[in-house]
Ligand binder design. Structure first.
Ligand code: DU
Ligand code: SF4
Length: 226
């Protein structure tokens, strides 16, 4: 089907020279000591979850030792521990942890996508890299649109990416551009006038969770609105 083909195409993309170099160098000589005996994925992260999802979660980019190691979105790092535990509490994930492919995790009704699919140095993609990767997000949105009910943007970069993708698909997006915040919410309209809810959340990164800027209750609250 379309999603499988899309995921296969994404996973061999080499459009961003800096990110190809980074993802591959981390996967070879740059492996974290704790994972030195593991093979790293070292490629772009395809979407993960239900191909027939009514909900999309939009992340920022793979972590160098997380998705770039395991090949699955938000898998193998602390951000993922937070996200999957919350998706399990919310009824979308079959188990609270995501370890690696083959661990039995299944998402129902929800799929995870990202603004940029390759791990960027310092978790910071450039403006050009975000623009280069945007067509993959556009295609994910296009394939999901017939069933799509809502999107959760993790962080302001994902929020902007979701709004950009919606505009490019000809959806009605309020102007001025809706402002990101934790709990921010806007109703977008597809070209056929169907409402799609966009909800903002602080990103599940350690920076936010360790400092309690983002709590489990805050995350549960935005997931409940999807
Ligand atoms: O081989 P597959 O059934 O397409 O599943 C690939 C992968 O996607 C598997 O690790 C579970 C996940 N997945 C899911 O989370 N939810 C679905 O509805 C279908 C597949
Ligand atoms: Fe391709 Fe996106 Fe990776 Fe750039 S970030 S190489 S566009 S998958």
């Amino acid at each position: 089907d379309g999603i499988r083909e899309l995921d296969a195409r994404i996973s061999v993309c080499r459009a961003c020279p800096r990110l190809v170099e980074w993802r591959e160098s981390v996967a070879t000589e740059g492996r974290r000591a704790a994972f030195a005996d593991q093979p790293y994925w070292g490629r772009p992260g395809p979407s993960f979850g239900d191909p027939d999802a009514e909900v999309l979660v939009v992340g920022l980019a793979p972590a160098a030792n997380g998705t770039n190691r395991t090949g699955r979105m938000f898998t193998g790092d602390r951000s993922g521990d937070w996200l999957y535990a919350a998706l399990h509490r919310g009824g979308y994930a079959s188990q609270p942890t995501s370890v690696a492919s083959g661990d039995g995790l299944v998402l129902t009704g929800l799929r995870i996508v990202a603004t940029v699919r390759c791990a960027p140095p310092a978790n910071k993609p450039t403006t050009e890299e975000k623009a280069t990767c945007a067509p993959w997000l556009d295609r994910d949105l296009e394939l999901s649109e017939p069933r799509l009910r809502s999107m959760l943007a993790l962080g302001s970069i994902a929020w902007d990416a979701a709004l950009g993708a919606a505009r490019r698909r000809g959806w009605l997006v309020p102007r001025p551009k809706p402002t990101f915040g934790h709990g921010a919410e806007v109703i977008l309209r597809t070209a056929t006038g169907r409402p799609v809810r966009l909800v903002g959340s602080y990103h599940v990164s350690q920076q936010n969770t360790f400092t309690h800027k983002l709590t489990e209750a805050m995350l549960d609250d935005v997931i409940a609105r999807l």
